[in-house]
Design a protein around this ligand. Sequence first.
Ligand SMILES: [Ca+2]
Length: 207
Amino acid sequence: MYSPKCIFPVLLLAAWSVAAGAAVVVSPVVVIEPDDYAEGTVLNTIVPEVTLGVTTGPGIQSPAFPVTANSDAQGFAPTGTFVFGQANVPFFNPDRRLQMQFHGEVGIVSIDFAHPDFFGTHSGVLEIYNADEVLLDTLVSAPVGTADGPLTMTLSRAEQDIAWAVAWSEGPFGRLDNLRFVPIPEPAALSLAALGLAGCVLRRSRR
Ligand SMILES: [Ca+2]
């Protein structure tokens, strides 16, 4: 019942397959899933492609708290049983936001959101910024409460110029989980694809 809707693989294939004749370069998806780590693991630099941090207000800020992997004792993790935590507190809100600084620009960012609340519903928010810290786009999710399942927040840019992202909940106890993003293909990978294509053309012309 509590399974997130996930359109990410379809989006990935549509947006990040770079066709070069017969050669197709597909960037690998980078995933940070708190379930993959022990309780309390600090995730700020757990993968080389992004630095995570917890900030305390709007925009791009210096992180004030570490990002941790934590079990959700109330059982509302969008995937598995662990969610992102802010210094071992397993929820986010307007005063505790998950900031992502990508090392190299990315084209798509996706994160799962849930907000258990027996008395109301609350929206998740995902913002993306370029390298100059200019806000590119904001997604405000449908409001969800205890009776609702989690949802996936995804933003993408054809320009592939996302350098930062920030996610939080408009309510007090928003769960964030299962971060996924796709770095743009490395120039070296594209060059290899181009070389492969050139080789095919050369062979064909010699026949
Ligand atoms: Ca999880």
